[in-house]
Write a protein that binds this ligand. Structure first.
Ligand code: PMP
Length: 455
């Protein structure tokens, strides 16, 4: 085991907490919450805070630490690229070698349809680019009316205005309106929530609804449908196998682009380079970020078909660019990160250790009345929590469960809308998987139907 770094004094910890409370607005944190955890160091799946307390990171940063924390190789690549050429723009005819090599590598790894890449600094920027690309593609082909975007309830597509509108949770819309017009939300393919489907087969219901919606809005008015192959924030919701191929068929018939939001699923998280492969679907646009650098540098890549690229690059080109498009240091780090994923065989490892963790959780949580379903693919796992197993009524406040798992057992897990979600580094060991399962079991054993915890 890696030795813990020397603990800082608790007075300096308290001073940092105090300053943090005074100076930083954290996403999703009310001012009334005084607790802070200030991390100082990471190695593989372990993290240490300013008091030297060790945590097991079962969330993989924010679902992105494919190769684990503290890899010297990636730090070295970033440092040497910064010494050579830290940054220059990729607008117009300017380019750089790491961006060129990375784009070529991504296209070779991606499904056959994909032929070109547009770089961003992260997921939300990628989603904005993809939504604009889909409208612009039709516009350049003389179909200006094709502007509507189909999304799903419970989707998460980042927090900018386009993606925030496509996201299917009220909390991302309420108080921020007016949101982007021409966005329609469909029913998510969530088999466990059987009451969504009027007693029908989940895919049959979703496809019939999609066809009806296209009929109502008009195929000539719809640019694209966007979706996460596995819905992350919703709770790692895995669709039936026939969902994506059938959606694809309907969209193609209606000249509607398919944008897959693979910000979480790409680069090994579910045991394949892209979820498109896993679900046997060939999207027009794939949005990626997070695992492309395992979080060592903020970077995203939007991958597109030749057909889409051709219309974007026509005439005066695509009028949309981010300052950090094709950032040389980010691209160099991404190349080194993909090299590690390939050479350490982390795709196979994600399937193997993810399968082990899924079996372990399924076994150890099977008898607990708060556990509705344990599901997942590779290293993207969800535990749906319920107040009652028969009615499947959701457990109130799953965040209290996630907090207790961290505070009492030092295992960092995240709550989703209706449960817990796990996305550890793909390098997780079996011992660590056992620890995660035991910590969750211990807390859920004493979780009551009203969401309170205690014996
Ligand atoms: N899409 C999905 C599916 C995501 O999970 C996220 C982030 N969790 C985003 C988009 C937004 O990415 P970012 O936070 O890098 O902007």
């Amino acid at each position: 085991a890696t030795p813990a770094p020397a603990a800082s004094t608790s007075s300096s910890t308290e001073a940092l907490h105090q300053l943090d409370r005074q100076r930083i607005v954290h996403p999703y944190l009310p001012a009334s919450t005084t607790e802070r955890v200030v991390m100082t160091r990471g190695k593989a799946s372990s993290l240490w805070d300013t008091d030297g307390r060790e945590y097991l990171d079962a969330t993989g940063g924010l679902w992105l630490a494919q190769v684990g924390h503290g890899r010297d190789e990636l730090a070295d690549v970033a440092a040497s690229q910064m010494r050579e050429l830290e940054y220059f723009t990729s607008f117009w005819e300017f380019s750089n070698q790491p961006a060129i090599e990375l784009a070529d590598r991504l296209v070779r790894l991606a499904p056959d349809e994909i032929s070109k890449v547009y770089f961003t600094s992260g997921g939300s920027e990628g989603i904005e680019a993809a939504l604009k690309m889909s409208r612009y593609h039709h516009y350049r082909r003389g179909k200006e009316e094709k502007t509507w975007i189909l999304a799903r309830e419970r989707a998460y597509h980042g927090i900018a205005y386009g993606g925030g509108t496509a996201s299917g949770f009220g909390m991302y819309h309420d108080g921020f309106g007016p949101m982007l017009p021409h966005v329609e939300h469909l029913t998510p393919p969530w088999p466990y929530r059987r009451d969504l489907f009027d007693g029908q087969d989940c895919t049959d219901f979703c496809i019939a609804e999609l066809e009806r919606t296209i009929e109502r809005i008009g195929a000539d008015n719809i640019a694209a449908m966007i979706g996460e192959p596995i819905m992350g924030v919703a709770g790692m919701v895995v669709p039936p196998d026939d969902y994506w191929p059938r959606v694809r068929e309907v969209l193609r018939r209606n000249d509607i682009l398919l944008i897959l939001d693979e910000v979480v699923t790409a680069y090994g998280r579910i045991g394949s380079w892209f979820a498109a492969e896993h679900f046997n679907v060939d999207p027009d646009i794939i949005v990626t970020a997070k695992g492309i650098t395992s979080g060592y540098f903020p970077l995203g890549a939007v991958l597109m078909s030749e057909d889409v690229a051709e219309s974007l690059e026509a005439d005066s080109g695509f009028p949309m660019g981010y300052t950090y498009n094709g950032h040389p240091t980010g691209c160099a780090v991404a190349l080194a990160n993909l090299h590690i994923i390939e050479h350490e065989r982390l795709l196979a490892r994600a399937s193997e250790i993810g399968g082990y963790l899924l079996d372990k959780l399924s076994d150890e949580l099977a008898d607990l009345p708060r556990v509705g379903e344990v599901r997942g693919v590779g290293m993207m796992l969800g535990i749906e929590l319920v107040a009652d197993r028969d009615s499947r009524e959701p457990l109130p406040n799953p965040q209290a469960v996630a907090d207790a798992v961290r505070r009492e057992h030092g295992v960092i897990v995240r709550d989703s809308a209706q449960g817990l979600v796990l996305s550890p580094a793909l390098t997780l060991t079996r011992d660590e998987a056992d620890r995660i399962s035991a910590a969750i079991r211990a807390v859920l054993t004493t979780t009551h139907p009203d969401g309170t915890i205690g014996s």
